[in-house]
Design a protein around this ligand. Structure first.
Ligand SMILES: Nc1ncnc2c1ncn2[C@@H]1O[C@H](COP(=O)(O)OP(=O)(O)OP(=O)(O)O)[C@@H](O)[C@H]1O
Ligand SMILES: [Mg+2]
Length: 252
């Protein structure tokens, strides 16, 4: 962890206040095809939490993530982010809401015809035109993710793990309060996956709340952080230092 990272990205000392940074109240989601993806989900996540979201394929993890970043709206229930009810938020306020999140998915979605530095800079230019000290900010986040020597490479010159680090840098450059990762290690080998999770733990260590949906049993069991398990749209388990499976479960 660099000093620059600590200074620039540190949040004030975290004291768990009574109000969570994220809360779901009786949230259900029924898609247009009548699939019930989430059922009556209640959830509270506090600043500085690191949460794994686990569950079988189709359990509702990505739906929960998409509702949180207001890519989808719930069929019933309410969701609050840092005190704002996002389920009722006007469309014009959504760009500002999304800037509170750093978002990373399984596929890195990098722009193939732009360099690493340009990919990160582009994210900042789109959301905050006229940003000052752009190059410095870009270099700094790429240094944080350990890619300071790859600034001028194109995505297809990088390994999968390096591409995911660029995606993380791109998400970090906004200095998000909440980092949301949906299967960020889904396409990566075990060692590279571990490196990505270490990076998310470092980000969390500075006070950023992290929510990571994953199928990676080994990582969840090694890291032993909060585990929220979803099964057929319901939160069936929420443990402070949880494991991927409940003892006695056969498989997920
Ligand atoms: N846009 C959509 N329209 C209709 N149904 C959807 C849509 N997205 C997801 N679903 C359905 O909702 C349910 C939950 O899907 P979701 O993607 O949230 O699961 P998941 O836990 O993320 O699964 P995975 O581990 O495979 O990523 C599934 O039955 C899925 O088929
Ligand atoms: Mg998913």
């Amino acid at each position: 962890m660099s000093v620059a990272f600590a200074e620039r990205f540190a949040m004030p000392a975290v004291v768990h206040g009574p109000r969570p940074v994220i809360s779901f109240h009786g949230v259900s989601k029924v898609y247009g095809n009548h699939v019930v993806a989430l059922r009556e989900v209640d959830l509270a996540i506090h600043q500085g939490d690191f949460c794994f979201l686990v569950g079988a394929s189709g359990a509702g993890k990505s739906t929960l993530v998409r509702l949180l970043i207001r890519e989808e709206t719930p069929s019933t229930g309410r969701i609050f982010v840092e005190g704002d009810e996002i389920t009722r938020m006007a469309r014009r306020k959504l760009p500002k809401l999304r800037r509170r999140f750093g978002i990373v998915f399984q596929d890195y979605k990098l722009l193939a015809n732009r360099t690493v530095a340009q990919n990160v800079a582009f994210a900042l230019q789109v959301t905050r035109p006229g940003q000052r000290h752009l190059r410095e900010k870009v270099e700094e986040v790429l240094w944080i993710v350990g890619l300071e020597d790859k600034l001028d490479k194109f995505p297809d010159e990088l390994s999968g793990g390096e591409q995911q680090r660029v995606a993380i840098a791109r998400a970090l450059v906004h200095r998000p309060h909440i980092f949301v990762a949906d299967e960020p290690t889904g396409n990566l080998d075990p060692d590279t996956s571990w490196g990505i999770v270490q990076l998310l733990l470092q980000i969390n260590h500075r006070g950023t709340t992290v929510l990571m949906a994953t199928h990676n049993r080994e990582i969840v069991d090694l890291v032993r952080r909060r585990v929220i398990a979803v099964e057929q749209g319901r939160v069936v388990r929420d443990e402070a230092q949880g494991s991927y499976l409940r003892p006695g479960d056969a498989t997920l």
